[in-house]
Design a protein around this ligand. Structure first.
Ligand SMILES: C[S@@+](CC[C@H](N)C(=O)[O-])C[C@H]1O[C@@H](n2cnc3c(N)ncnc32)[C@H](O)[C@@H]1O
Length: 216
């Protein structure tokens, strides 16, 4: 992102176009897990890295939705999706590691396939905790590192040093996110790890997944 001219870079536009074309397959791929995860969500919700708005379909009008999306090339897709669903949204061009949102202001924070891309996982998790109300919940669905020294784990460690990093907008698939969330100081963390079904090279590398929630 060019900070002065505020015009998205080629990389940001490329990724936003890619994500918007993948919306339907992403929706279908994660539908079962997201329906379980999102079914009780209501009140004030922050979504970090919402991309083109693929999760909006799972959240009804009982939700007051705020998004933090640093790739401004995603913003029009997101607004179009909110308009299509008749949802009023509040959208910021910001990073999840450090936001201007008030402390203890959100009932839920949602993150799906974002912690692989943030620059700093531990700052992001601290910021999520700061923003959540004392009764708030962090809801997540992420992919993480496979078992050490498996073939996939080796590939996950190598790809960030290839053009993968550029075209995936910084996705680092070898992060141990379950451990990071468990160690972030939440009162209670409940999640399941699973091998996401589906085809294609990206998914072949980005396995396993974990989905669950953390109570502040
Ligand atoms: C793989 S996409 C996932 C988009 C969407 N959450 C989904 O499930 O399809 C990762 C998203 O995280 C965003 N992102 C990257 N770094 C971020 C950061 N530091 N803070 C917030 N969002 C970030 C990207 O711009 C992108 O929209």
């Amino acid at each position: 992102m060019c900070q002065q001219c505020k015009k998205p870079s080629f990389k940001s536009r490329f990724f936003a176009d890619f994500m918007s074309r993948e919306n339907e397959s992403s929706y279908n791929q994660y539908k079962d897990k997201k329906e379980q995860l999102f079914k009780d969500i209501k009140g004030k919700v922050l979504e970090i890295g919402p991309g083109t708005g693929v999760n909006l379909r799972f959240l009804g009008k009982q939700v007051q939705w705020t998004g933090i999306e640093p790739n401004v090339a995603m913003h029009q897709h997101l607004k179009d999706e909110a308009h299509r669903l008749g949802l009023a949204i509040e959208l910021y061009n910001d990073f999840a590691e450090s936001t201007t949102l008030p402390a203890e202001s959100m009932d839920y924070v949602i993150s799906t396939i974002v912690l692989c891309s943030v620059k700093n996982v531990s700052s992001t998790l601290s910021e999520i905790k700061r923003i959540l109300k004392p009764t708030g919940k962090f809801i997540f669905l992420e992919h993480e590192a496979d078992k050490s020294w498996t073939f996939r784990w080796i590939i996950q460690k190598i790809v960030p040093f290839t053009p993968w990093r550029y075209f995936s907008d910084g996705c680092t698939p070898g992060r141990e996110l379950g451990k990071a969330i468990m160690g972030a100081g939440f009162e209670k963390v409940v999640y399941q790890k699973y091998m996401q079904q589906g085809e294609g090279l990206i998914l072949a590398i980005n396995r396993p997944h974990l989905y669950g929630w953390a109570q502040k």
